[in-house]
Design a protein around this ligand. Sequence first.
Ligand SMILES: [Zn+2]
Ligand SMILES: [Zn+2]
Length: 365
Amino acid sequence: MPPRTSRAIVQEGPRRLVLRELPIPEIDDTSALLRVEACGICGSDAEQYAGVLHVAYPLIPGHEPLGLIEKIGDAAAKRWGVTTGDRVAVEAPIPCGHCATCRVGRYPLCRARGGFFAHGYVRLSHPPALWGAYADYMYLDQCSIVHRVRADVPASVAVMFNPLGAGFRWAVEIPDTGPGDTVLIIGPGQRGLASVIAARAAGADTIIVTGLARDGAKLALARTLGADHTINIEEENVRTRVKELTGGRGADVVVEVSSNAAEPVAEALHHVAAGGRIVLAGLKGSKGVPGFVSDLIVTKEITIKGAFGVTSPAYAAAIRLIESGRVPLARLHTHDFALEDAERAIQILAGEVPGEASIHSCLIP
Ligand SMILES: [Zn+2]
Ligand SMILES: [Zn+2]
């Protein structure tokens, strides 16, 4: 007998998660049911948990799902090219697919289905409720986007398609990074480390990563994953050091993935080379940027681009790299958590649990 209900973590409000049992929905010709193998946890889960990120409660969080197709309608199977039993990575956005924003390929910004319509962000009252991946099973809508992933990769590594996809889009695709480029990555969290891996895979010449004193282990890992130099910003003068490491030119590409502090955005203008590109992907809680000298953008002809989310080509590149086994990705993975430990998983990621530090972690239902 197939199960009739699924366990799911429901967020009822800020810092309020409860484990519930919800009915597994029927699927039709165009939809599918995913048996969740793993769900990655990232900084936005912590913001959602804390109530900093505004979402409509109650809902099931979890926007980085990896799983097996448990059931699928014939039309969906044909459209997606997958069948029952296949392992897939699921993108968070569930775009409408045909509004003006979708048609130009910026589908993570689609708002045609009412706000940000995505796995992990749809309220429970919207049938069939199982929209998030903090659960045993998740519903796949006709507009969900899936990528097939080889079954022999450990789930905790395969689920890294999400942060690694961000690395490919933010550090390679958007700034058009290629051979010969010097890339400076500000912030050594999972997105920063993913940026190191992606920039290295794209043939970047020199990769530099900055972090705080408490980031020592992450900076060491950055070097293992391909960074040439790391800078502890509390002990070294970053402007001077970047100049030294780039022969006085500055970095061709600067990727800003630190969270909260706005100062690095102003500093990026000093670190980038004339004609260079800056990608901003770290959210700063709607703060202004102190000391932002816009003249530098003019006089150095700097290009600044924002990055929100990831699109399919970058996920595809990430999945190919994961399947190749060329990079020791397991080194990034620090924690597996059971579904019922979701709250602790988020608190550890947010640095709220003394003595525990995570880089990449996931829930394994
Ligand atoms: Zn995420
Ligand atoms: Zn759309």
